[in-house]
Design a protein around this ligand. Structure first.
Ligand code: HEM
Length: 450
């Protein structure tokens, strides 16, 4: 009975989203994936309404780089709703986290706003086991968690991982070339590379690359909101499998510590006081955040380079340009397209009053093409100066903790590809990931032979 009610609620909410979209609501159109191929013209329509666009989806979409930065760097906005301190209005305001979205028509995230059923708290992960990662934590806990995890991403560690990343990248290219040079950039290279690296970093020994890629797909899709009973079931099953895998791993590492991140978390100063479920939640977060986004960055960058041969050839001529390519790709086509924040105090944003509980959709993909910051913003230009001002990793307290790892992996991936497959070109139609929040490819067939 509960399942039936849930399915009916999902259908109802999807219908509401659809109705608003048909009446011209631009955020609802985005959430219904009407612009997966190229959302950037839609962002320009949103920007044309002013730096803050009020959507019937119950969010205000922010496209200006300056305002997004202001929100992220200040303390007036939270990742999720904080009640009751946040005051009136806060109770009905949707929870917001990396796992909830304006299109979260599951009712477990942000809901669909005015005229629709209220949100019920929790992220898309909601009541799933292992959902106690620091993404959901209060500020004090969040800072403690960052302190615990940060050592794994320090420059010395990244330099250590680099060697292994190069080995894996070369092995993947060896395999692709041995098969005749026709391969899929996503499934044969950009996906297995970061999956292998983050798994080894966490101390997972029996990596099933295809299964992990599936977890990435399922959790990535949930960021846009759960849309159907089937999707909810898939998500729950994936969360259960991940939870079981990490419960097992944490148990093993307690008895038999190694040099991996799980052992380090267990050894850490606060180790004894860390609830097991929090360690497990953090591992799940690091695994899924740690490859899906990097896969998308590498694939987006390769697609862009192959669409503009002169820039691909510039990289082939000088693989040392790979970090610049990564930075311009992060700006031009970021893997994370938006992030949700909730106002915990009343303030003014631009010239707009923002009451407590207001939900903001920070459209990173639009901020990264703000003409005020980036001249000729719709041009992909690997020689651009100032590309690094993008917000692809956010800024402020939640700045991506894995950014140094992602940059190193992308640098290695692009330079190895350019060195080993200089004649690389497209060899078939691409397929996109079906999400608005995460931007990337499911498939990009290429050939390394002339
Ligand atoms: C190109 C690759 C990546 C991109 C574009 C990216 C982007 C982001 C963004 C936008 C956020 C903020 C989410 C929000 O608050 O709404 C974030 C947070 C985070 N990312 Fe990444 N990420 C990438 C790679 C990685 C990697 C490789 C790891 C770990 C191995 C990682 C771990 C995390 C974690 C743990 C957080 C939460 C940080 C916090 O809340 O303090 N990310 N990332």
């Amino acid at each position: 009975m509960a399942e039936l009610r849930r399915a009916a609620r999902l259908q109802y909410k999807r219908a509401v989203l659809w109705t608003h979209a048909r009446r011209g609501d631009l955020v609802c159109r985005l959430m219904l994936h009407e612009h997966l191929d190229d959302p950037y013209p839609l962002y320009e329509h949103i920007r044309a309404h002013g730096p803050v666009y009020r959507s019937r989806a119950g969010v205000q979409a922010v496209t200006a780089h300056e305002l997004c930065s202001q929100v992220l760097r200040g303390s007036a906005f939270a990742r999720r709703n904080e009640e009751p301190a946040a005051g009136p209005g806060a109770r009905t305001a949707p929870a917001a986290s990396q796992t909830s979205a304006p299109g979260d028509v599951d009712g477990s995230g942000t809901g669909t706003g005015e005229g629709t059923a209220p949100a019920e708290g929790g992220g898309a992960a909601g009541d799933e086991p292992g959902d106690t990662s620091f993404l959901e934590a209060e500020v004090a806990d969040h800072m403690r968690w960052r302190r615990l995890v940060a050592p794994a991403f320090r420059p010395r560690k990244i330099a250590e991982y680099r060697k292994r990343t190069e080995e894996v990248a070369h092995r993947l290219i060896d395999t692709a070339l041995a098969r005749g040079g026709t391969f899929d950039v996503v499934t044969d290279f950009a996906s297995p590379l970061p999956i292998t690296v983050i798994s080894e970093l966490l101390g997972i020994t029996d990596v099933d690359v295809d299964r992990f890629a599936y977890y990435g797909l399922v959790t990535g899709r949930a960021i846009d909101g759960i849309r159907s009973a089937r999707q909810a079931a898939e998500f729950r099953a994936a969360a259960r499998e991940l939870n079981a895998m990490f419960t097992n791993l944490v148990g093993k590492r307690r008895g038999e510590p190694g040099e991996d991140l799980v052992s380090e978390l267990l050894r850490s100063q606060d180790g004894d006081q860390l609830p097991e479920q929090e360690i497990i939640g953090t591992c799940q977060l690091l695994l899924t955040a740690g490859f899906e986004t990097t896969t998308n960055l590498v694939s987006n960058a390769v697609l862009r380079l192959l669409s503009d041969r002169s820039q691909w050839e510039a990289l082939v001529g000088d693989p040392g340009l790979a970090p610049a390519v990564a930075e311009e790709s992060l700006r031009f086509d970021p893997p994370v397209q938006y992030s949700i924040r909730v106002a915990r105090e009343a303030l003014t944003l631009g010239d707009r009053p923002v009451p407590v509980g207001t939900v903001l959709m920070l459209v990173l993909g639009a901020a990264n093409r703000d003409p005020v910051i980036f001249p000729d913003p719709h041009r992909f230009d690997i020689s651009r100066s100032g590309a690094g001002q993008h917000l692809a990793f956010l800024s402020g307290a939640h700045y991506c903790v894995g950014a140094p790892l992602a940059r190193m992996e992308t640098d290695v991936a692009l330079s190895v590809l350019a060195e080993r497959a200089p004649e690389l070109h497209r060899a078939g139609p691409l397929r996109r990931r079906p999400t608005a929040a995460l931007r990337g490819l499911l498939s990009l067939p290429v050939s390394a032979r002339r």
